[in-house]
Design a protein around this ligand. Structure first.
Ligand SMILES: [Fe+2]
Length: 306
């Protein structure tokens, strides 16, 4: 039988048949999750991970503006202080720090776009809006605070990375209110499963150890991905190993999350690098953008361990 879909594109025909099956054979009503899962099979997200051309923070910023870019990175070889960083890391363990977190700073860098009318009775709107936004000097001070316990030999290098990523993030998302930065030693406490982050965005540098694994949307097997938690589907069934783009040590990666302004669909699909009985120990810098504070500093309660 002639199929117009097959004539145009055989894979499109398969998707249309899958959609027909779900809507005609299976019983109605579908739950909202089920309908979203079905449509995720048919409407292929087009997000990509791209390499910034000449390998600089400026190029990274430009690359991140691309419509379908959900992740961008640049490589820069091994860190100039790799040996010193390794020596420092080898003398420490993840368990010595809460969640492996060596240092954490958080600053308010933007104001919420408040859609409420003038009669809004929600006190939180007014409380949030009344908070002072960090100046350029405040952000620089936060970066210095982040690295102050690191050895002098590589402290300044990491501070410069944090500052470059902080200002780049602020320029890309000027209406995102919160910036948080962390230095982490990660070995066992990692997100091994493919996932998308719920917050606005994250920039990440792995100074020692293997880098983050990412994938273009078109290489995600969405049906398996959407069911991975419920049906315990292994990573390799969600993304074929040969399609994974893994960051090299010391590469700079920017990942868009579900809440990135005007993102098409959801955020970049990614995961921590290889696991195993004794995973490699890593030193990581994270620079995050979020719509709410990651931590209530007053109670020291971390709510975002994604
Ligand atoms: Fe993540």
């Amino acid at each position: 039988m002639f199929s117009p879909f097959k004539a145009i594109n055989p894979s499109l025909e398969r998707k249309v048949l899958t959609l027909s099956y779900h809507f005609t054979i299976q019983s109605f009503p579908h739950s909202r999750d089920e309908i979203r899962r079905i449509f995720s099979i048919v409407i292929m997200p087009r997000g990509r991970v791209i390499e910034a051309e000449s390998g600089s923070f400026d190029d990274l910023e430009e690359a991140a503006k691309g419509k379908h870019v959900k992740g961008c990175f640049f490589e820069r070889g091994a860190h100039r202080c790799e040996k010193e960083i390794e020596k420092w890391l080898n003398a420490r363990e993840e368990r010595e720090f809460r969640y492996g977190e060596v240092a954490f700073v958080q600053v308010k860098i933007g104001t919420y776009v408040n859609d409420c009318d003038s009669d809004c009775k929600d006190p939180s709107c007014k409380n949030i809006d009344s908070e002072r936004v960090a100046s350029q000097d405040d952000i620089m001070r936060a970066c210095s605070l982040l690295v102050k316990r690191l050895p002098e030999s590589f402290r300044e290098e990491i501070r410069k990375d944090a500052a470059a990523l902080a200002f780049l993030s602020k320029r890309l998302c000027p209406h995102t209110p919160w910036l948080s930065m962390r230095l982490e030693i990660i070995q066992y406490n990692a997100c091994w499963r493919w996932h998308q982050d719920t917050y606005v965005g994250r920039s990440i540098v792995t100074y020692v150890g293997p880098g983050t694994c990412t994938v273009d949307d078109k290489h995600v097997i969405w049906d398996a991905f959407e069911r991975r938690s419920v049906d315990n589907i292994p990573n390799e069934k969600c993304v074929l190993n040969e399609k994974v783009k893994q960051m090299k040590t010391n590469a700079v990666l920017l990942m868009k999350g579900n809440a990135w302004p005007k993102i098409s669909g959801k955020g970049l699909v990614h995961k921590s690098p290889e696991e195993g009985r004794i995973p490699p120990k890593r030193l990581i810098l994270k620079v995050d953008l979020s719509n709410s504070p990651v931590r209530d500093i007053s109670s020291d309660d971390d709510e975002n361990q994604d």
